[in-house]
Design a protein around this ligand. Structure first.
Ligand SMILES: Cc1cc2nc3c(=O)[nH]c(=O)nc-3n(C[C@H](O)[C@H](O)[C@H](O)COP(=O)(O)OP(=O)(O)OC[C@H]3O[C@@H](n4cnc5c(N)ncnc54)[C@H](O)[C@@H]3O)c2cc1C
Length: 502
């Protein structure tokens, strides 16, 4: 990067302005000024009164969503990353940069759930941190305690705390502009060579010029918005809202992939002190178990496709007043175990523009119910949770059904399902027609677009069977390597010219 200058543009404030950001337990109570609340298109069939039913959240602060997320650190199965087209990923470099991670200590209730899964359903302990599946192993699932991006001193480790250290912030060639919103990418002579970014800062618009390149890292919900606003996307869609298409890239905003999750609430027979002992140095998440759905077993998939997350989420998940009252009336408390289709979800959603106004929020359709197979798999996970709880009747009461005590599992799903906040794939990496970036993360477009890259979760071609923050940070590191490699290549070419002018 010799001689190069970097301007980092962030819509939200500095994470250091908010001490709560670093305190793990505060993650569910984040300040509205650092949290995007995107209202999505209608997803669920049942009308909801819960505040989180039809929204996607995101961090609007240095560190992005890694400054407000649940801090679970799971890489997921290697077999998924192998299909990305990048070869082996350098997880060691990422984990060195993050430093030692914390490990969640399961509450007694979560521990009892895992024990019952082991003893009565053949769950085995994970063979490795990635929950790899060995097809011939005896059991059909692995259990995993969660690693967490919490330092041994009990502080959140975000991409800002790990990578925007004091030393980095002091670099003379780095300028960080917070509370500055990118509105559009600027192009040379109205062509397709990116030359800068139009931003809004302190109520005024200005252009930040980029001599080398523009790198978009606005996340899977907002990066496609910026590309579309800049005329890069499906041409007919852009024309229909009055934006002149610069490059017809049909894949922009398509392929939105995420994890939907539904809860089973299990009453406890004895109060679990762990539930009340959530301190400033922990989160609410206890333990993960992974299982293989019958769909997955039939095709012998390489990695488990359902995650069962034992957690304590009373405020977060409460569906509505009446249901909250039923939960709160439980004398000994409860454990919530969530089922989510973590491997190869089939449903695909979209991000598109409502209008050509950059201040308008994008139109997000997660389409979680778009695949009957995904729903069947989540229901299978919920059924397994019920069976595991019933097999440990000394610890657990009858799993609760919603909205009424005699509701079906499908009704409970409809009532409790929501997003797990893992959107990816809206500027997918690949070399086919609908890919948005190539394997060097450069925006494609028939050789048209130049000096424009994307480096965030939107490039993920296949969602990991895990939470997505490690993958997003890995993409950042890979982007840094690619940029440095370009610099080396340019330097070599320059030297070759000097030494061999012919
Ligand atoms: C509530 C919640 C809980 C989660 N829990 C976990 C978890 O426990 N474990 C896990 O692994 N993952 C979790 N995730 C997901 C994980 O945090 C994300 O996958 C990851 O942060 C995505 O990184 P990103 O760089 O793609 O985008 P983001 O983290 O979303 O970062 C995008 C950044 O770009 C900025 N930006 C956007 N638009 C503009 C603009 N126009 N101008 C300037 N700046 C802009 C945003 O303000 C933000 O800072 C969670 C996410 C949420 C929201």
């Amino acid at each position: 990067m010799a001689g190069k200058r970097v301007v980092l543009v962030e819509a939200g404030p500095d994470d250091r302005e908010f001490s709560d950001v670093r305190t793990p337990v505060k993650w569910l109570e984040m300040h509205p000024e650092i949290t995007y609340k995107h209202y999505t298109e209608k997803v669920w069939e049942t009308p909801r009164r819960s505040g989180l039913a039809e929204v996607e959240l995101g961090g609007k602060v240095l560190g992005g969503s890694s400054s407000i997320n649940g801090m679970v650190y799971l890489r997921g199965a290697k077999s998924v990353y192998d299909k990305w087209g990048w070869g082996d990923l350098n997880w060691e470099a990422l984990e060195d940069a993050l430093g030692p991670l914390g490990t969640a200590t399961p509450t007694r209730a979560a521990e009892a759930f895992l024990d019952a899964a082991r003893e009565n359903f053949g769950f085995e302990d994970a063979k490795n941190d990635d929950c790899e599946f060995l097809p011939d192993s005896k059991g059909d699932a692995f259990c995993k305690r969660t690693a967490q991006t919490i330092s041994p001193r009990g502080h959140r480790i975000s991409s800002a705390t790990a990578f925007l250290t004091d030393e980095v912030r002091r670099l003379p060639n780095l300028r960080i502009l917070t509370k500055t919103r990118a509105l559009r990418i600027e192009f040379e002579n109205d062509g397709s060579v990116a030359t800068g970014v139009l931003v809004e800062r302190e109520g005024k618009e200005e252009i930040i010029e980029a001599r080398n390149e523009v790198i978009l890292c606005a996340g899977a919900l907002l990066t496609p918005q910026l590309l579309l606003l800049s005329g890069i996307g499906p041409a007919s869609e852009l024309e229909s809202i009055g934006i002149r298409p610069r490059v017809d890239l049909p894949g922009v905003g398509k392929n939105l992939t995420s994890h939907a999750v539904a809860d089973v609430l299990i009453p406890l027979k004895r109060r679990d002190d762990g539930l009340t002992e959530v301190t400033n140095t922990t989160t609410f998440l206890d333990a993960y178990a992974y299982m293989y759905s019958s769909f997955c077993k039939a095709v012998r998939c390489a990695a488990p496709d359902v995650a069962l997350t034992a957690a304590y989420f009373p405020k977060f998940r409460a569906a509505n007043g009446e249901e909250t009252a039923r939960i709160q009336a439980l004398p000994q408390g409860h454990v919530a175990v969530a089922a989510s289709r973590y491997g190869s979800p089939k449903a695909r959603g979209t991000v598109s523009l409502r209008s050509a106004d950059p201040r308008d929020s994008p139109k997000i359709d997660p389409n979680y119910l778009g695949s009957a197979e995904d729903v069947a798999i989540i229901l299978e996970g919920m059924r397994r949770i019920q069976d595991i709880a019933r097999s440990a009747a000394n610890v657990f009461g009858e799993p609760m059904a919603f909205p009424r005590p005699n509701s079906t599992l499908r009704e409970t799903f409809e009532r409790t399902a929501m997003t797990y906040f893992h959107p990816v794939g809206t500027a997918r990496m690949g070399d086919d027609e609908t890919a948005v970036v190539d394997f060097d993360l450069r925006v494609r477009g028939g050789g048209g677009v130049r000096n424009l890259r994307v480096a965030d979760a939107s490039v993920i071609p296949l969602i990991p069977n895990a939470n997505t923050n490690p993958a997003a940070m890995m993409i950042g590191l890979k982007a840094a390597d690619l940029i440095l490699q370009d610099d080396d290549d340019a330097e070599r070419k320059k030297n070759a010219c000097v030494h061999n002018p012919n």
